[in-house]
Design a protein around this ligand. Structure first.
Ligand code: AMP
Length: 412
């Protein structure tokens, strides 16, 4: 089944076309036909297209909205330009899977999209005002272009965390606000944490019920997840993706009283404050230079930039703090897994995070650590480390495609 996977961000569109069959699932294989990204939707958009095994194509075109961008992608896929042999007409795309950011308390697993599901996603707009509308635009555009007959599935970023216990997901504010507005921790990156956990089980031949691990998705957005018996028991992002680890431009945890203090001192409105917490904080805010970890590491090494160094130290300290908290709450874990652009590629950051974890019996093997990057997966701890350290590149799109296949086949 040729499945188009769409990830509609607030101003971007990422897509992949993956051929999924029961055999590819059983063999844990991936048959990727093409992928691409369109950035800056709403102005002059930048388009990157990559048919598997062929050269990357780059273009710039003005797309006003997601519908135009999706229309372009579909036309490109069936054109000679893309040269994707399995797709020569629109009907060669048999189903579409959407990454949907917020499923609230309504959705605990992936579902086939119908009117009721669309209403459910609309009901969660309050919780993800930038993302859920973009996801809905994507769903509507596909229905308009491919017709109602092509099944679409929604795969929620929040779903994996839906089994968290109440003492993990409730905030200690008056309980009535949970009742009234469902204010609670939902968690995000669920598809990534679920994929990493599944992949760990596959690699180590561990049954789901015995999977007790900490997964770290460290990219531009970052989150940690405590996985007990194969289920999310706690995660660092909260009601929104702003909570938890220090990220590229997001603060992660801060004292909420800072908002009121800054509001009084500087007369900044709440919407400006939230913009600052989401877009100008984290690595960028501390360094004053960039949200890009690779650039910060270069600044630190080549120019001994003090604030770049400080931003990296704050980042690593916060990750370590969450590891410690989860190890305590879970009564230990069998593995700590690194993923995301930073977690997959930076041996330096992995090494710095693992400093001072020896008390827990965590021992990194520097030789293995240094050799692990660029999409490799494997163990980077010493043979006698009490807790395994593992690098596993995430693959949210593959899981979305497989879930879509299962939804369409009625086996989810
Ligand atoms: P993602 O959001 O998962 O694409 O991750 C993006 C982040 O990964 C950016 O901060 C990049 O600088 C970082 N990254 C990618 N490759 C490396 C690398 N080799 N070393 C350090 N950071 C990296």
């Amino acid at each position: 089944m040729n499945i188009l996977v769409l990830n509609c961000g607030s101003s971007s569109l990422k897509f992949q076309v993956i051929n999924v069959t029961q055999e590819t699932i059983d063999q844990n294989a991936e048959d990727l036909l093409a992928k691409g990204v369109i950035e800056r939707i709403g102005s002059q958009s930048l388009i990157t297209l990559k048919p598997t095994g062929r050269k990357t194509q780059k273009k710039a075109l003005p797309f006003r909205n997601h519908a135009q961008a999706i229309d372009f992608v579909l036309k490109w896929l069936v054109s000679e330009d893309s040269d994707v042999t399995a797709i020569s007409k629109l009907s060669d795309i048999q189903s579409v899977g959407h990454r949907v950011v917020h499923g609230g308390e309504k959705f605990s697993k992936s579902v086939l999209i119908n009117d009721e599901v669309i209403e459910g996603i609309e009901d969660c707009i309050d919780l993800a005002p930038l993302h859920n509308p973009a996801n809905l635009d994507g769903i509507a555009a596909i229905e308009q272009i491919l017709g109602k007959g092509v099944p679409q599935a929604a795969v929620f970023d929040t779903a994996f965390h839906s089994e968290m216990p109440q003492d993990s997901y409730l905030y200690p504010i008056p309980y009535q606000f949970y009742r009234r507005y469902k204010i609670r921790r939902y968690g995000f990156h669920g598809t990534s944490h679920r994929y990493i956990s599944y992949r760990y089980r596959f690699l180590t031949n561990t049954p789901k019920s015995e999977t007790n691990i900490i997964t770290l998705h460290l990219g531009n957005g970052c989150s940690a997840c405590a996985i007990r018996e194969g289920k999310s028991a706690d995660t660092s992002m909260g009601m929104t993706p702003l909570e938890g680890l220090t990220m590229g431009t997001r603060t992660g945890d801060i004292d909420p009283a800072i908002l009121e203090y800054l509001h009084l001192k500087e007369g900044i409105t709440y919407s400006h404050l939230f913009n600052m917490l989401n877009k100008q904080s984290g690595l960028l805010g501390i360094s004053g230079l960039t949200n890009d970890m690779r650039e910060l590491l270069e600044e630190e090494e080549e120019n001994q930039d003090r604030r770049a160094s400080l931003a990296i130290d704050i980042f690593c300290r916060r990750v370590r703090k969450y590891i410690g908290a989860y190890l305590a709450n879970m009564n230990g874990a069998d593995a700590i897994i690194f993923s995301g652009g930073i977690g997959e590629n930076s041996a330096t950051i992995r090494s710095r995070i693992c400093q001072n974890l020896s008390w827990f019996g965590v021992a990194i093997d520097e030789e293995r650590n240094q050799s692990m990057s660029g999409g490799n997966e494997g163990i980077i701890s010493t043979s006698d480390s009490k807790v395994k350290l593992v690098v596993i590149p995430t693959n949210e799109e593959l899981l979305i495609a497989r879930d879509t296949y299962r939804c369409v086949e009625g086996i989810i």
